[in-house]
Design a protein around this ligand. Structure first.
Ligand code: NAP
Length: 486
């Protein structure tokens, strides 16, 4: 079978190690945003299939070998999954690019290798995260055990589906949990491909299940299901609030990775050329559909013109919009027509609010695809919608400032708190700013530095819990105290 034939094959749900069709026989199309054509049909799970997946995960957790296995053996299985991902890297990269519109040159060199890094990093943690012996006297021996939470529902968004899923799946598996994954309906294909990989790697049945279908039915069922112990969610702040409310009825553990409106500060003494490179990347990478996008760039007034000249040059030269399959392309289309309409709506609103459009705002001349040119607004006031709401598209707000205190106050004047960045050669100033910025990440003289070992997550309404690093491990375990009275 050729790749084209294979990708067009209607998909099935992956439950208990088997591929099954939905009882309702209902399917939905997943669309290639570069061509606006359906790639294939994906099953719409109903309550029955969602419950079957939860039951399979519960059975695998209670009776299967996964949770009870020696942690080192579990680690070996995850290393094996990483190996199969590498063997099937090209297909996985292609699937991800077709489904999301991400340039293939990126999915090949960043997304898939990063997914492998995540698997290997957490495979290594499987037998390195453990409890303690407590300092009792001779009359007792007391210790803590780190046990898996149980059945975990993983609900993920469409903007970087593979990585955003693996950053949850890898640590959750390493800690011995069993999973039901509901990927975003716009981009379900990499999750289904990953299920094939898990099967090929010999992951025991029921440990990883995939149910595709709408968030408000399949997602809600998972969030309210009494047999799901934890929900790990990445998506919009509004959805996170709904999930938190619904999960309260069964007191589920929850991790929420939500939206952002991150400030990126350029002080006059910073390296303006480098700052401009990263400021362009901060809103153009993945078409600006990134939670940590540096969508508010604060520029010290005295270098405003010089910085802007460099920024616009970098956007024009470094961020070519085009077909995701073309190796020269740096920016593909937005994910969907809805998203395109939403982003262009913000551009119109920005013009009405009185911000000065200095680049883009229009669409490139492609006949098909949800493309949009990178767009820059200058003279933005931090109270404008452009500066307050997460646009999730390639739209940048430039906000000039004069003083240190003023910029810190404005940077923090948002209900989000995901990321932030700053440029200065004065390390005392950098440290002072880093201490005062209310965000889960502060990037000094760089922007968007992500690493499997560096915790990532939000302050304020950007969520709670962390991804990456050691910090995520307690979130997929329960601590049990065992006290032996001698
Ligand atoms: P979304 O609309 O909140 O959807 C995310 C996931 O939740 C999808 O799988 C969706 O299913 C599902 N869902 C929707 N309503 C639900 C409900 N009531 N109950 C349970 N699940 C539900 O977010 P998105 O538009 O896909 O993603 C973009 C957002 O994600 C942005 O706000 C971005 O900032 C945020 N994000 C945050 C991070 C981070 O690390 N903080 C990383 C990436 C993205 P359907 O697809 O079927 O609707």
């Amino acid at each position: 079978m050729t790749f084209a034939e294979k990708i067009a094959e209607p998909r099935k749900l992956f439950i208990d190690g088997k591929w099954i069709e939905p009882e309702s026989a209902r399917y939905f199309a997943t669309v290639n945003p570069a061509t606006e054509e359906a790639i294939t049909q994906v099953p719409q799970a109903g309550e029955r299939e969602t419950d079957l997946a939860v039951a399979a995960a519960r059975r695998a957790f209670e009776q299967g070998p996964w949770a009870a296995m020696k942690p080192a053996e579990r680690g070996k299985k995850i290393f094996r999954i990483a190996e199969v991902v590498e063997q099937q890297a090209e297909e996985l990269a292609l699937v991800e690019s077709l489904d999301t519109g991400k340039p293939l040159s990126f999915t090949r060199t960043r997304d898939v290798p990063f997914a492998v890094d995540l698997l290997r990093y957490y495979a290594g943690w499987a037998n390195k995260f453990y409890g303690a012996t407590l300092p009792t006297d001779e009359s007792a021996l007391a210790c803590t055990l780190r046990e898996p939470v149980g059945v975990v529902a993983i609900i993920t968004p469409w903007n970087s589906p593979l990585i955003l899923s693996l950053m949850k799946i890898a640590p959750a598996l390493a800690m011995g949990n069993t999973l039901i994954h509901k990927p975003a309906s716009w981009t379900p294909l990499s999750a289904l491909k990953f299920a094939e990989i898990c099967q090929a790697a010999g992951l025991p049945e029921g440990v990883y299940n995939v149910v595709t279908g709408p968030g408000d039915s399949v997602g809600t069922r998972l969030v309210t299901h009494p047999d799901v112990n934890k929900v790990s969610f990445t998506g919009e702040t509004v959805t996170g609030k709904i999930i938190m409310e619904k999960a309260a009825a069964t007191l589920k553990r929850i991790s929420l990775e939500l939206g952002g409106k991150s400030p990126h500060i350029v002080f006059a003494d910073g390296d303006l050329e480098a700052a401009a490179t990263f400021a362009a990347k901060g809103f153009c990478l993945n078409q600006g559909q990134i939670c940590w996008a540096g969508s508010r760039v604060f520029v010290e007034e005295k270098v405003h013109d010089e910085f802007l000249e460099k920024l616009l040059r970098h956007v024009r030269e470094d961020w070519t919009v085009g077909d995701p399959m073309d190796p020269k392309t740096q920016m593909g289309p937005l994910i969907s027509k809805t998203q395109l309409q939403q982003v262009t709506g913000y551009i119109e609103e920005g013009k009405k609010e009185g911000a000065k459009l200095i680049l883009g705002g229009d669409r490139p001349p492609m006949k098909k695809g949800y493309y949009l040119n990178p767009t820059v607004f200058d003279e933005v006031d931090n109270r404008m919608k452009l500066a307050r709401e997460e646009i999730f598209g390639p739209v940048l707000a430039i906000i000039p400032f004069k003083e240190f205190d003023e910029v810190i106050e404005k940077a923090n004047d948002t209900f989000y708190g995901l990321a932030s960045g700053l440029w200065t050669k004065d390390m005392k100033k950098a440290y002072r700013a880093a201490r005062r910025l209310k965000a889960g990440s502060v990037w000094v003289n760089c922007y968007g530095a992500l690493d499997v070992m560096a915790p990532f997550g939000g302050f304020k309404q950007s969520g709670f819990g962390r991804e990456f690093g050691q910090e995520v491990l307690p979130l997929y375990t329960e601590t049990k105290t065992v006290w032996f009275q001698m």
